[in-house]
Design a protein around this ligand. Structure first.
Ligand SMILES: [Zn+2]
Length: 138
């Protein structure tokens, strides 16, 4: 496949594919005339790149994920995994908070200890928003 077909197939711009090549994420073959030629293996790889981008990985992280012999691969994946775990924790707390607010009986959220706890912990750099299950009883 030519670059234009691949770009359309994946729903990305051609300059994005060239950029991924520039930073070493993918290296398509060239035809005798010098055109990029993407085979099925390359297409499969690009679909993984798109999926990893959607999962929030950086191009450098994707580059090391794609090649099992890359130095520091495990460390990069573990770092990303820690961030995902932390994001899951934040999202769980956010959902707990939203579930609470639906039924919060305080006239003002500032008068609710549970809502206040969420607000106070949201802007801290470490740990992210916290929402205690114990407050759910109002
Ligand atoms: Zn509340």
């Amino acid at each position: 496949m030519r670059i234009g077909e691949v770009a359309e197939h994946l729903g990305v711009e051609t300059h994005v594919l060239r950029h991924w090549e520039d930073v070493g994420v993918i290296q398509p073959e060239r035809t005798a005339a010098g055109y990029r030629n993407y085979d099925n293996e390359m297409l499969a790889r690009l679909q993984i790149v798109v999926a990893c981008k959607g999962a929030g990985l950086s191009l450098e992280e994707i580059r090391v994920v794609l090649h099992s012999r890359e130095a520091g691969r495990r460390a990069a994946i573990r770092r990303r995994r820690q961030i995902v775990d932390s994001d899951i924790k934040k999202l769980r707390n956010t959902r707990r908070f939203l579930d609470h607010v639906i039924d919060c009986r305080h006239s003002l959220v500032t008068r609710c200890p549970a809502c206040s706890e969420f607000a106070e912990t949201s802007h801290r750099n470490s740990g992210g928003p916290s929402f205690s299950v114990g407050h759910l009883a109002h």
